[in-house]
Design a protein around this ligand. Sequence first.
Ligand code: PBG
Length: 333
Amino acid sequence: MFFKRNFPNTRLRRLRQTSALRDLVSETHLSLTDLIQPIFITNNKDMVGKISSLPDIERIHIEDINREIDMILELGIRSVAIFPVIDPDKKDDAGTYATDEDNFLFKVLKNLTEKYENLITIADVALDPYTSHGHDGIVSDNKVLNDETNIALKDQATLLAMSGAKIIAPSDMMDGRIDVIRNHLDSCGMQDTIILSYAAKFASNLYGPFRDAVGSLNNLANASKATYQMDHRNIDEALHEVALDLNEGADIVMIKPALNYLDVISKVKETFKVPTFAYQVSGEYSMIMNAVNAEIIDKNVMLESLMSIKRAGADAIFTYAAKAISKELKKDE
Ligand code: PBG
């Protein structure tokens, strides 16, 4: 870049004089269609309600899901990521309820598919809501087994797809799972099911409130996921993960968490030029909201954070703040 003119001819403050001018020259735009609202659902009335570590987010009973979706669509949000909260007595070592045809999640997805033609439903593929140890895969001798887990994941993904999930989202970080899942979906006639791969998912310390919400925090009992999720010191490895998942057939790749990994989002988008999503995870959301609620920082920090994730290159963002922010975005329209 070469700029010949200098002060006083060049005054960058000229374009900052009014909000209309600032909007006119703004480089980054966040729209309602970029937002994905995560939702926690349960079939157990005792588990319904507030999640103390996740301000303003509630576990919703499956009977109330339509009301919730109506509200979300009304706000202009079109995508939801649905996470089941499973009764402790349904959890076991192998997470078998994940592939049990009676799993209430499949019925919920069927109902949503029938009722809401334009809703984009995203379903997580991983065993952690279902396992008694809280890991994302099958455990033997204190090891999370890769290939055995992939078999369970392909069955789980297929049942989710057959229940109508538009997008299935493997969040487990097993090696080779996109390949196994894509091939199996295709052999079952589910070629049109989209795979959003949590391609670069880091073993972050920011997932605590989510684990609290789905009840896997106690199951996990401080165990680490570092043997399958990525080391937060690595970015070349993140590109390697993304390359593999794209080769295996992922349609969309995701970086998670978002704010501490803006460099990764930017590099992935620049390198691969494919649909790239980011997950503003529970800990990120919670830190901001707790500080806002304690009046330590202004509530606009949330918008600033989401904008920075978009500026880094994310095409869409999973955020617990989707509903609240959509009201802000509408005000500006
Ligand atoms: C499970 C899963 C996790 C999140 C999404 N899917 C937790 C984990 O990996 O332990 C975290 C989301 C969040 O913190 O908001 N595979």
